[in-house]
Design a protein around this ligand. Structure first.
Ligand SMILES: CC(C)(COP(=O)(O)OP(=O)(O)OC[C@H]1O[C@@H](n2cnc3c(N)ncnc32)[C@H](O)[C@@H]1OP(=O)(O)O)[C@@H](O)C(=O)NCCC(=O)NCCS
Length: 175
């Protein structure tokens, strides 16, 4: 992977050695493509203003993967939350993974890993205590992915999803 500091893009070699995917920050004009992927690949939909507010407030960690034809084929978005720590009066900074998805034809190429690696680097600059996320207990692919990044399940959020499925609440301490 090589980073171009001026355009903030990162060329990405997939597992076949093809240098055809670019990882870069999301822009306003990319949102349509992001929303399309979300609607196709995940049961959770968000209103447009939700994406826009993540884009406005957490732009550096809202990344997309773009193919050679300029199509958005993956995205990741985070937000940073300040919450009171359970065991002290301190405020804890959490990097909360809002959503990640990769289009079906582009999976198992390492795109999610590239999105996670780069976005976690960006979030860390905000002085994060921990990274947190929720994932469906049946989502084997995503759970495997998060374990690779040292996330471990801290608790179960019962009936977290609208269809009644439980979520693992996974946490990874930021070093
Ligand atoms: C989960 C998801 C983002 C992974 O994207 P991806 O680009 O295919 O992932 P990568 O190629 O970077 O794979 C990274 C690791 O994830 C795990 N993984 C990914 N797909 C997997 C699968 N089908 N089965 C088991 N493990 C899988 C593996 O550990 C993999 O590492 P490896 O290839 O070295 O074995 C993708 O499957 C997806 O978009 N799913 C639908 C949306 C979704 O569930 N999002 C998460 C919501 S919490």
């Amino acid at each position: 992977m090589g980073t171009d500091k001026d355009t903030r893009t990162m060329n990405f070699n997939d597992i076949n050695g093809n240098n055809s995917i670019i990882i870069r920050r999301c822009n306003l004009e990319d949102l349509e493509g992001v929303i399309e992927i979300n609607e196709k690949e995940l049961p959770e939909d968000y209103p447009y203003f939700f994406y826009k507010s993540i884009l406005d407030n957490f732009n550096e960690s809202f990344l997309i993967a773009v193919d050679i034809d300029g199509n958005v084929v993956g995205y990741i978005m985070w937000r940073v939350e300040k919450v009171p720590a359970i065991d002290s009066l301190k405020i804890s900074n959490k990097g909360h993974l809002v959503s990640i998805a990769v289009v079906k034809g582009y999976r198992r190429l390492g795109i999610a890993k590239a999105l996670l690696t780069k976005s976690m680097e960006e979030i860390k600059k905000k002085i994060i205590d921990e990274f947190v996320l929720e994932v469906r207990v049946s989502n084997y692919a995503a759970i495997n992915l998060y374990k690779k990044y040292n996330f471990s399940s801290q608790s179960i959020k019962y009936k977290y999803y609208r269809d009644g499925e439980n979520a693992y609440y996974m946490v990874c301490k930021a070093k």
